[in-house]
Design a protein around this ligand. Structure first.
Ligand SMILES: *Cc1c(COP(=O)(O)O)cnc(C)c1O
Length: 346
């Protein structure tokens, strides 16, 4: 009785093999000091989890607004931004109209479209991984999608698309979602436009800044749009422990996060330089907390396997981009160990 829409889906793939070094999911590699852990334990132990959490997650929403210079009425919280992608694919336009996104990109855009039986309007990125504007415009005019997703910076390629190309596509009456999951590593944002325009929304998440396990994402947009989308939100979508812990991290301990993010940005530049020196690799520049690289001699599947055998887990994207692997930026010692293992394996 399972619908063909669902049967034909491929489930979301992620690397779960235990490894000495996990550089496969773009998490922030962070070890919290004991006093922070203690403080968190204290607050979590006070939470009455026999009761439902605050359905509006007011305290957390207020902390997010304060931290990122936004207003609460412009925010909608999700169980990760993944949940918000579902909400958008459900809410924007009728189901007989398609959803456009450049590929290769984050898989949830396609998965959410397919599960709803909506047309997936995929446009190949250019060789330099920027939007092929001419082709995108042509396809948008021909197939008339109503919703577009742009990961900005894009995952797994690491670059930010040209802003003008995003705007030009938006002019084709496309409701435009700019997914800024890696904003903290790029510093580039469409939030100002999302606050002014009816056709633009921004997605953000705490996942890539050290809180992936909490599953907290949020959407930024005009109050009228947020109000409408809030109608389909599941009532208690952000759990009580997540509300408590994210609140603490954003209010009392945010400095720790900021420092770690700064370190990752510095390490990204170092890793990029080191990888670029290797003749058997082609390395792509990144504005995120990961780097995509192509293996020029050893097939990527084999390189991925060899690294895993050495206890180093990176993400294999060769099914999407021939011979490409993606490595998340870790702490300095982790990146050193990754480089050392890579040299050894190659
Ligand atoms: C990681 C990622 C997400 C998922 O974020 P969650 O908040 O953990 O669901 C969304 N978009 C992109 C582009 C990502 O890389």
């Amino acid at each position: 009785m399972i619908s063909e829409r669902v049967r034909s889906l491929l489930s979301y793939k992620t690397e779960t093999t235990p490894a000495r070094l996990k550089l496969s999911s773009n998490e922030l590699s962070i070890e919290l000091p004991d006093f922070v852990k203690k403080r968190i334990a204290e607050e979590v132990s006070k939470a009455s989890f026999n009761r439902y959490p605050d359905p509006e997650a007011r305290a957390l929403k207020e902390a997010l607004a304060l931290r990122f210079g936004l207003k609460e009425e412009n925010l909608l919280l999700g169980n990760g931004s993944d949940e918000l992608i579902y909400y958008l694919s459900v809410s924007i336009g009728e189901f007989d109209r398609g959803i456009l996104y450049p590929v290769p990109t984050f898989s949830m855009y396609g998965i959410s479209a397919q599960m709803l039986g909506r047309e997936r309007v995929e446009v190949r990125l250019r060789e330099d991984f920027d939007i092929d504007l001419e082709e995108s415009l042509r396809i948008a005019r021909e197939r008339k999608p109503v919703l577009a997703y742009f990961a900005y910076p894009n995952n797994p390629t690491g670059n930010c698309f040209s802003e003008d190309s995003i705007r030009a596509l938006r002019s084709e009456r496309l409701f435009t979602v700019v997914d800024e999951a890696y904003y903290h590593y790029s510093g580039k944002s469409f939030i100002e436009e999302a606050l002014k325009r009816e056709d633009t929304l921004v997605l953000r998440t705490l996942s890539k800044i050290g809180m992936a396990g909490l599953r907290v994402g949020f959407m930024v947009g005009k109050e009228e749009i947020i109000k409408e989308l809030n109608k389909i939100r599941l009532p208690f979508n952000v759990t009580m422990p997540s509300q408590v812990i994210a609140y603490l991290m954003l209010t009392e301990f945010y400095q720790i996060i900021e420092e770690e993010v700064e370190k990752v940005i510095r390490e990204r530049e170092r890793l990029y330089r080191e990888l670029s020196r290797m003749e058997t690799l082609q390395v792509y520049p990144s504005e995120a907390n990961f780097i995509l690289f192509k293996s020029l001699h050893l097939p990527a599947d084999l390189l991925h396997k060899r690294l895993a055998e050495e206890g180093v887990l990176v993400r294999n994207f060769s099914y999407m981009i021939p011979d490409c692997l993606r490595v998340s930026i870790g702490r300095a010692w982790e990146n050193d160990l990754f480089l050392e293992t890579l040299h050894k394996v190659l």
